[in-house]
Every structure is written in structure tokens, then in C-alpha cells.
Design a protein around this ligand. Structure first.
Ligand SMILES: CC(C)(COP(=O)(O)OP(=O)(O)OC[C@H]1O[C@@H](n2cnc3c(N)ncnc32)[C@H](O)[C@@H]1OP(=O)(O)O)[C@@H](O)C(=O)NCCC(=O)NCCS
Length: 187
């Protein structure tokens, strides 16, 4: 995938190490919005740390493992989706997502994550797609539900973050439950 149209001027593209400066500038702009939920939004502070992180995903992709994609809206980087886990042995993957605050509420994540699921399940034979969210992350949990996921359970106090241990909800979608891309989406 070089560029996957998401409709309404939005595009999904691989977020590769050569985009580190753009990614670092994006994080500077939206850090306060992402940091309560995503530890890497705090630890990636400049272009070298952004490059190092993106390189980890590039290396993962080269080994047919983890992958990361950005979402651009009218040419501006506004968010992203990733496979935090992509394990062909267990046929299990886990998706993570984020957006700039001003572009929430347009269905960008529904569309971008649907493309990832469609590829993981339809093309790569994944049996199980996971989604993990801190229990108080209402928007993330709503996104998991919108994708047709079911709650597997709660990992109590599994996530230490900013000095507090948070419960983590594990949501999942099984291959047979995937109903395909939301209607009207570019494929
Ligand atoms: C989690 C996060 C990515 C969810 O973003 P989001 O904008 O709510 O999700 P989507 O892009 O799928 O948009 C869905 C919303 O768009 C609305 N929408 C508008 N047009 C739509 C369309 N054409 N198709 C689908 N939904 C549409 C939906 O009704 C929904 O709004 P609602 O929640 O008010 O009902 C975002 O809140 C975020 O970045 N949070 C901080 C980082 C984070 O928590 N990441 C996850 C860690 S587990």
C-alpha cells in the first residue's frame, strides 16, 4: 500500500522513518491530547526519537511483523493506526489508533482501522484482531464497538501510566465476525 484513499480528502499511507521530522512536529502539536492514553506520545520528543520509533516499525514490517500507518487529511498528518502485534504464528494481531483532537468525530479511525482489519483478516489470514484500551478511554472503546468488536475481559490495573495503575479492557474481533469495509468506503 503506497496510498489508500479514506474519502473526504483523507489518505492512509505507510509512516516510514523518513517522515520522522513530520511525525515529531505532529506529536509536539497533539501531545497533550495523546499523552493520557499513549505512553509513546510522551517518550517521543524530537526527530531522533521519532526516527528510532518509526525504524522499529520499519524493521518489523521487513520481518512481516508490526506495521505503522499515518492518516493525512488534505495533505496534513492528523493521526495514525498501527499493528502493535502482528503474529502470523498465532494468527493474532492488535491494532492501535490515534487522531489529532480537531479531526475526531468524522469516522477516520473507523475507515482506517477497517482497512487494517480487512487486510489482516482477508489477505493475511489473521484469526483474531485485538484492541486494548484503558477502561476510562471512552472514545477508544466506542471505536472498538463501532468496528464490531466484543469485550473479552478486563486486565485489572495492568497499565502503569503517569503514576497510576489503570484497568485495561481487551476487545477482539474474530475473522468470522468481520463483515467487511463499512458501506460506501473506498477499497
Ligand atoms: C480514540 C480515537 C482515535 C477515536 O477517534 P474518533 O474520532 O472518536 O473515532 P472515528 O474517527 O472512528 O470517528 C467516530 C465518530 O465519528 C462520527 N462520524 C461522523 N461521520 C462518520 C462517518 N462517515 N463514518 C463513521 N463515523 C462517523 C461517529 O458518529 C463517531 O462520533 P461519536 O463518537 O461522537 O458518535 C481518538 O479519540 C483519539 O485519538 N484519542 C486519543 C488517543 C487514544 O486514546 N488512542 C487509543 C488508545 S487505546
Amino acid at each position: 500500500m503506497l496510498t489508500q484513499p479514506l474519502g473526504d480528502g483523507a489518505e492512509l499511507r505507510a509512516l516510514e522513518p523518513w517522515r520522522a521530522a513530520e511525525f515529531a512536529a505532529y506529536l509536539d502539536r497533539v501531545r497533550a491530547h495523546l499523552a493520557p492514553w499513549l505512553p509513546w506520545a510522551t517518550t517521543i520528543t524530537d526527530e531522533p526519537s521519532a526516527r528510532q520509533w518509526l525504524q522499529r516499525y520499519a524493521d518489523g514490517q521487513a520481518q512481516d511483523g508490526i506495521r505503522i500507518y499515518g492518516i493525512w487529511l488534505d495533505g496534513e498528518l492528523v493521526g495514525g493506526v498501527l499493528f502493535r502485534i502482528f503474529d502470523l504464528h498465532t494468527q493474532t494481531c492488535e491494532i492501535g489508533v490515534w487522531l489529532a483532537p480537531e479531526v475526531q468525530g468524522r469516522g477516520l479511525i473507523l475507515r482506517a482501522a477497517s482497512h487494517l482489519i480487512d487486510w489482516a483478516v482477508g489477505t493475511r489470514g489473521m484469526a483474531r484482531v485485538e484492541w486494548r484500551a484503558v477502561s476510562s478511554n471512552v472514545r477508544s472503546i466506542a471505536a472498538a464497538k463501532r468496528l464490531g468488536m466484543s469485550l473479552d475481559g478486563v486486565l485489572r490495573e495492568a497499565s502503569p501510566h503517569h503514576g497510576t495503575r489503570h484497568d485495561v479492557e481487551v476487545w477482539s474481533l474474530l475473522a468470522g465476525e468481520w463483515s467487511g469495509m463499512p458501506s460506501g468506503q473506498p477499497s
